[in-house]
Design a protein around this ligand. Structure first.
Ligand code: HEC
Length: 94
């Protein structure tokens, strides 16, 4: 029982530490665009892109300059500052 509690506590600490690293908005992206290169995905990878490219794509999605399946709607839900923080975070992940 003690071991179970210790394991649970360790997991809790690990998940809190991870959440603190990523800006809040990134949790709305990482389900489709994983924040780690080790995660298998069929979605477009943001890891490896420059922050500038992510920001530019989000503007193009929001304005409709780049028509997409889902990103146009998602991009409308985030401010420029939020996108900036998310883009900077993805650009530093590997
Ligand atoms: C429901 C799944 C989903 C979520 C959630 C999501 N995306 Fe996307 N994203 C996609 C898909 C699918 C594409 C490919 C373009 C398309 O078909 O819409 C894409 C494309 C992109 C691209 C273009 C990448 C490139 O190489 O051109 C960027 C940048 C991007 N998303 C950023 C984000 C950010 C930032 C968030 C969070 C605010 C986010 N996405 C949330 C599904 C998602």
């Amino acid at each position: 029982m003690k071991l179970v509690a210790a394991t649970f506590a360790a997991l809790l600490v690990a998940s809190v530490a991870q959440a603190a690293e990523a800006p809040a908005g990134a949790l709305a992206c990482s389900g489709c665009h994983p924040g780690s290169a080790g995660v298998e995905t069929n979605a477009v990878r943001l890891i490896g892109l420059k922050a500038e490219d992510i920001k530019a794509a989000m503007v193009a999605f929001r304005t409709g300059a780049r028509p997409e399946t889902v990103m146009d709607r998602i991009a409308k839900g985030f401010s420029e500052a939020e996108v900036g923080a998310i883009a900077d975070w993805y650009a530093t992940q590997h």
